[in-house]
Design a protein around this ligand. Structure first.
Ligand SMILES: [Mg+2]
Length: 350
């Protein structure tokens, strides 16, 4: 198999944290695998260094190693992925290979990945809208727009000095018709989190995502605030699967190592009693499609954070436009039809 990869910088129109430090360009690594019979599969790596500490250079190092591992005779999908994992177990890079191999398998057989995964009639996936750490009036306006667009769950960034005002403004704007999820990205610690959570909970919070970092801290906070639901996101890792330390886990294509890894993580999470849902790390269309194929199998327990393509300065592929607060799993062979043009277009076409 022949592997090629390239880096693409895609402009963001709506950075979640509009500060000098936040990236205006989001690099994505596109990977293509061509089998001996000419069949082709496309994948994508979406590391987000500011968030997961994984640089583009680090992913490209892994991908270079994978190209050597995959060169020569075609290998079965599972064998090829396992060989790459032995060469370099970096999940963000493995995800690109996993996606490309699933895409290739689908294109070769003319079937969508969800069908290869044994699903016959994938239901739409309920997704949330995401509202940045903007001032309360702007957050309220964004939330009201999300309500009008059909979303029934909005996610707010918290961990800023005006959390309470922002949450109050949003609740006021949307009434009780919408679930409000808050994401602190680990801004609090074990001692401060319970008080912050109680102060926000009175506005009606569906779920506190990553209020603190780490399984041990999450477990302590869950015990301290049993009336609130708590999820881990950044901290999902080996120690979170050993036993249930909170209510839910937010799983991602990049951090899980692709569709195969995400399905495995979901199985392990559910086995110890977690709810699971899926989110993107500002993935491109291939990554979002992959997450939707995985969702067809997993049937997430809560709204998924996959409606993120609107943050890019590019036209969202028709197949991945959210409607009525839901996204549909793409049809067509492999990861789906009509996803690749996005990578070829430039911002001026929007
Ligand atoms: Mg999060």
């Amino acid at each position: 198999m022949r592997t090629t990869a390239s880096v693409l910088d895609v402009r963001l129109t709506d950075p979640l944290r509009p500060t000098a430090a936040s990236p205006q360009l989001r690099p994505l690594i596109r990977l293509t695998i061509e089998a001996g019979d000419g069949a082709i599969g496309h994948g994508e790596a979406a590391p987000l260094e500011a968030y997961d500490g994984v640089s583009v250079e680090r992913v490209m190092t892994a991908v270079t190693a994978y190209a050597e591992v995959l060169a020569g005779e075609d290998q079965a999908r599972e064998d090829a992925l396992a060989a790459c994992a032995r060469a370099d177990p970096l999940p963000q890079a493995l995800a690109a290979v996993d996606l490309a191999l699933w895409d290739l398998a689908g294109r070769r057989t003319g079937k969508p990945v969800w069908e290869l995964l044994g699903v016959s009639d994938p239901p739409p996936v309920a997704v949330n809208a995401t509202i940045g750490a903007v001032e309360p009036a702007a957050a309220a306006r964004d939330a009201h727009e999300a309500l009008l667009a059909g979303f029934r769950c909005v996610k707010l960034k918290v961990g800023t000095p005006d959390d309470r005002q922002r949450l109050a403004a949003v609740r006021e704007a949307v009434g009780r018709q919408i679930l409000i999820r808050v994401d602190a990205n680990g801004a609090w610690d074990q001692l401060t989190a319970p008080e912050r959570m109680r102060a926000l909970a009175r506005f009606g919070v569906e779920l506190f995502e990553e209020p603190v970092h780490g399984a041990a801290a999450a477990e302590a906070v869950t015990r301290a605030v049993p009336e609130s639901a708590l999820a881990l996101d950044e901290s999902v890792g080996v120690d979170t699967f050993a036993h249930r330390c909170c209510d839910a886990l937010c799983l991602k294509i990049a951090a899980s190592g692709g569709i195969s890894g995400l399905l495995d993580h979901a199985r392990r999470a559910r086995a110890v009693g977690y709810e699971v849902y899926i989110a993107s790390t500002l993935d491109g269309p291939l990554g979002i499609a992959a997450a939707l194929h995985a969702a067809a199998v997993i049937a997430p327990d809560r709204h998924c954070g996959l409606a993120t393509l609107g943050r890019f300065d590019r036209r969202v592929p028709e197949a991945l436009v959210p409607a009525g607060g839901h996204m549909r799993v793409p049809v067509g062979p492999g990861l789906g039809a009509g996803l690749l043009e996005w990578y070829e277009s430039d911002g001026s076409s929007v």
